[in-house]
Design a protein around this ligand. Structure first.
Ligand code: N01
Length: 571
């Protein structure tokens, strides 16, 4: 039931469920809670349109690295049969069109409030409700609070001295203006060479007078080999979506391709090189499916790393530039590996230069450009492709307080602690879609999102049916889960990229802790199902504890984790 209560001076809107964010996660959560469970629900969205990450990430070259036929909701056959993607990888504008289509098709807009920035959410224990306030001065009271804020939505603009005095224009890729930025005739500096920078540099270079790429950490990249989809492939997807979904649900990363059982040293050097060549030609994230032990065995990984470095040296004509680009210090795919369209080729252009800021760090931004320890670069535009305060940033940027007024920031001062990545001890009736401790960014995101949303929906429906007023993860369950998340990461090479955002290492002062769950989507789904099938193990329902969570205790990490995380990927 939704109602507005007039208080002395202010109005508070009462809801069953309040959802923060109108991206893939928030839209589906609204549909499930409103149309399947029958709750009054509302989405508050900061942007002026739906789309979440894709509403903001409109930077040049922004395109999803998941293949389009897998980067979609699979809960509705009708939707799968009526929507057709145009290219192998969907561009940001096409994804925004898709999400708008979903919002219309399921009549979601009437319960989405755009332009609404949530500043606080406090649990009022005496009322057993969440009180949510927005920057615009609105107040809401809800039984359930669901955060659908995305993992990569808190832009990280590095604190480089002098930025405020820069006389040119500057942009962060994750907050790209909706009016196009014109690079024509401009000297552009791009800071950052992660997945985003690798997508944007080739496109910026096409129109800029000059592009200077400031590289701190060189990166691997595999060609995306994007192309327009044939009518035959589109028909295949429409007619076989059950089978495609079955593959996506059987793989650790939620993609629509399977991973070879073969290990790197099962084959000799010549055959291995041929295999790498074939997958390089095929392109995209599939490259990592060629062997199953690339993220489990450093010696195996070294062979892929050397292959990819040799490709950089082949493509880039200037040996000094090639050396800077291929001087990569981490195992392949231990940081989220990018895919690209002409990234390394871009450095063969006359109007592109590479500056190694590992050797010569940026000292400050001046009114006219960027000063490194080796000299000054005059610029008209600076593009920060410097990433995000990932996973925890979007949650901690709101003032969320649980039982006894405990701030989430305090509860997580030594790093995020969740149970299943979906709930936090001390924060009753709150759910975090793709929260830290969930597989999320190590998977094809829509698959993880559908699973999270459906589990939360099942949980809330159970509470409603049984008249349970409050659910809260026990501290013991959260401890077990955090331990399991660490064990799963440590069974892989992922923590060996010491500067990765997976560890929070990109944000000064952020606690170092491997945040996503690296045990694979299949294992994760099984654990979540076991937890709910056993009456929500590890939770307190009202005052009664159900536990301890045997599903987690039994989820040992071993060869399964090592082999199945080989192809962990992000969005
Ligand atoms: O951010 P990043 P991103 N001075 O953090 C550099 C997803 N995604 O936006 O490595 C100088 O990976 C930083 O250097 P270093 C995907 O999950 C998906 O590229 O810290 N440089 C690095 O080079 C991805 O992983 C898609 O040494 C600084 C870069 O900036 C995630 O988003 C597309 C700096 C940041 O790389 C984030 O990717 C794009 C500083 N102070 C992204 N601070 C699709 O699938 C940071 N850097 C569409």
């Amino acid at each position: 039931m939704e109602s507005s209560l007039s208080e002395t001076t202010e109005t508070i809107t009462e809801l069953d469920a309040l959802i923060i964010g109108a991206g893939f996660a928030g839209l589906y959560q609204l549909h499930c809670l409103r149309d399947k469970v029958g709750l009054s629900a509302r989405v508050l969205e900061l942007g002026d349109g739906v789309g979440g990450t894709w509403y903001w990430n409109r930077y040049p070259g922004a395109r999803c690295d998941s293949e389009s036929h897998a980067y979609a909701y699979y809960f509705s056959s009708e939707l799968l049969e009526e929507w057709q993607w145009s290219e192998r990888y969907p561009g940001h504008a096409e994804i925004v069109r898709y999400l708008n289509h979903v919002a219309d098709k399921f009549d979601l807009r009437r319960d989405i409030q755009l332009g609404s920035c949530v500043v606080s959410a406090h649990f009022a224990e005496s009322e057993n409700r969440w009180i949510i306030t927005t920057e615009q001065g609105q107040r809401f009271s809800a039984t359930y609070l669901i955060t659908a804020v995305g993992c990569l939505s808190a832009a990280n603009v590095p604190n480089i001295p002098g930025l405020q005095d820069f006389k040119g224009e500057w942009y962060h890729t994750g907050l790209w203006p909706h009016d196009d930025v014109d690079f024509k005739g401009k000297r552009v500096g791009q800071i950052g060479t992660g997945s985003t920078g690798i997508q944007s540099a080739p496109v910026i270079a096409e129109t800029a007078d000059h592009l200077t790429v400031f590289q701190r950490t060189p990166n691997y990249s595999v060609p995306a080999r994007n192309h327009v989809l044939s009518e035959e492939f589109k028909r295949h997807c429409r007619e076989n979506h059950e089978e495609i979904r079955a593959v996506m649900h059987s793989t650790p990363n939620g993609h629509a391709f399977t991973i070879s059982d073969r290990k790197v040293f099962d084959v000799g050097p010549d055959e291995r090189r041929e295999i790498y060549e074939d997958y390089w030609e095929d392109g995209g994230l599939r490259f990592r499916s060629c062997f199953q032990d690339l993220l489990a065995d450093k010696a195996a990984n070294d062979t892929a790393a050397e292959f990819l470095k040799s490709k950089i040296r082949e493509i880039v004509k200037d040996p000094q530039v090639a050396a800077k680009l291929s001087n990569i210090d981490h195992p392949y795919a231990a940081k989220r590996p990018p895919i690209d369209t002409n990234y390394f080729d871009t450095f063969n252009r006359d109007n592109v230069s590479l500056v190694d800021i590992r050797a010569n760090p940026i000292e400050r931004i001046t009114p006219m450009g960027v000063e490194t320890s080796a000299g000054h670069h005059e610029l008209d535009i600076i593009v920060f492709a410097t990433g995000y305060d990932a996973m925890t940033g979007p949650l901690l940027n709101m003032d969320i307080r649980g039982r006894d007024g405990l701030p989430l920031r305090e509860a997580w001062k030594e790093g995020p602690r969740t149970y299943l990545g979906l709930t936090v001890s001390g924060f009753p009736n709150m759910f975090t879609i793709t929260g830290p401790g969930s597989p999320s960014v190590l998977t094809n995101m829509p698959v993880a999102i559908e699973q999270h949303v459906e589990w939360i929906t099942r949980c809330i429906a159970h509470l409603q049916d049984d008249g349970v007023k409050r659910i809260e993860a026990s501290a013991e369950a959260a401890d077990l889960w955090v331990g399991h998340v660490n064990d799963a990461a440590n069974a892989t090479l992922l923590p060996q990229a010491g500067h990765s955002w997976y560890l929070g290492a990109n944000i000064p002062g952020k606690p170092r802790m491997f945040m996503p769950y690296a045990g694979g989507m299949v294992r994760y789904r099984t654990i979540c199902d076991t937890v709910s099938d056993n009456g929500f193990e590890g939770f307190r329902l009202d005052e009664d504890a159900v536990g301890p969570p045997k599903a987690v205790q039994n989820a040992t990490v071993g060869p399964f984790v090592a082999s199945t995380t080989t192809n962990a990927t992000g969005i």
